[in-house]
Write a protein that binds this ligand. Structure first.
Ligand code: F6P
Length: 358
């Protein structure tokens, strides 16, 4: 199987994090980081992409503000409606979706957007200029955590709009690009701290929201996930859906020092992919949400909104990502809301948990 980490192997060496501002001694802002990326000779972040990422980051601040109001702001609970996935929509799913749409539709950077919360794509209204990028997002990932005050996040991915859609309306097919085509990916995590973790293909950088001045400041990067941490994240209650290969992989780790591996493993399950991926980038380990072996590969996580952006970040941080058989970033999507099995994290663990290719 091909769960190698080619992005890291072939990517230009990640630049060192900019030094703190000499006057204030403060970590650099997201704005300065993006401008410095724009000025690089290979320019992984042209001006229109920089403006887009700044706008997404601004929307994430507004989402963070809405979340933090909690019961005082009447933002908790469900709406009584279902999204296209047949899942109950939380009030915050819709609030966050609207904040991202409002923030991003008028700036001129986008040709269209697609969201996990909307059945079809959101074209840029005719009164605004159309740009060269497509934005894809999951406004609130892990939304079952909202009402119990545990970590949730926003995941996003940026693709280039195909040149062919310049003179016509954007179509769903324009979004169906493999994850290798992403020009940027990231997530915001609304936890004890509010963080933005981002890549434009030159490494992974973390920014912490400085609430006093409302600014994102770099607090880590370029980040490389530690190898060899024996920690797995999986929903054990789904065990009967796993393939024999995945079941054996987990069983051996549960047996720990008394099993064939001769070493103990730890388990975590925050029910929030953003929280899992962030822990893995910082501390190592593996995350699994395998496809249902019994039901022809029906799966929980979405390729465009979750698996692709997280796989780009994980590969950029030195990890690997697989659907259990092949590298996720190589998969060609067949629909906006396609779901996929996901195994990501430490490359050796991902290889062990994935089926050997025949
Ligand atoms: O829908 C996405 C998601 O909330 C992920 O963030 C998380 O990893 C998973 O679903 C939780 O699933 P479960 O409800 O099976 O614990």
């Amino acid at each position: 199987m091909s769960t190698q980490t080619p992005v890291i192997d072939s990517a230009p060496a990640a630049p060192a994090a900019p030094a703190p501002n000499p006057q204030s001694g403060q970590p650099v802002t997201l704005t300065r980081f993006l401008i410095e990326q724009q000025r690089r000779p290979d320019s992984p972040c042209p001006p229109q992409l920089r403006l887009l990422l700044e706008t997404v980051a601004r929307a994430c601040k507004a989402i963070n503000f809405a979340i933090s109001k909690g019961a005082l702001g009447d933002v908790l609970g469900s709406l009584g409606s279902e999204n296209v996935q047949g899942e109950v929509q939380k009030k915050l799913d819709v609030i966050a979706n609207d904040l991202l749409l409002d923030a991003n539709e008028w700036g001129g950077q986008l040709a269209a957007m697609a969201s996990e919360e909307m059945e079809s794509l959101h074209p840029i209204p005719g009164r605004f200029p159309k740009g060269e990028y497509l934005l894809v997002f999951d406004p609130i990932d892990g939304s079952s955590n909202i009402d119990v005050n545990l970590s949730v996040g926003t995941i996003f991915s940026v693709l280039r709009a195909p040149e062919a859609c310049a003179g016509r309306d954007v179509a769903e097919a324009d979004f169906l690009q493999p994850g290798t085509s992403q020009v940027a990916a990231g997530y915001a995590i609304y936890g004890p701290q509010t963080l933005l973790v981002l890549t434009v293909g030159t490494g992974v950088y973390e920014f912490t929201l400085d609430r006093e001045i409302g600014s994102w400041r770099m607090t880590d990067g370029p980040m490389q996930m530690p190898r060899g941490n024996r920690e797995f994240a999986v929903n054990m209650a789904r065990r009967r859906q796993w393939s024999p290969h995945v079941a054996r992989y987990i069983e051996e780790r549960i047996q720990g020092s008394e099993g064939p591996l001769g070493v103990d493993y730890n388990m975590r399950w925050p029910a929030s992919m953003v929280a899992d991926v962030h822990r893995i980038i910082k501390r190592g380990g593996i995350f699994l949400y395998p496809a249902d072996h019994r039901k022809g590969g029906s799966a929980r996580l979405r390729l465009l909104y979750e698996a692709n952006p997280m796989s780009m970040l994980i590969e950029q941080a030195g990890g690997a990502s697989s659907n259990g058989h092949a590298r996720i970033l190589d998969l060609v999507p067949t629909g906006l809301h396609e779901r996929v099995g996901v195994i990501l994290g430490d490359p050796e663990e991902v290889a062990a948990a994935s089926e050997p290719q025949g």
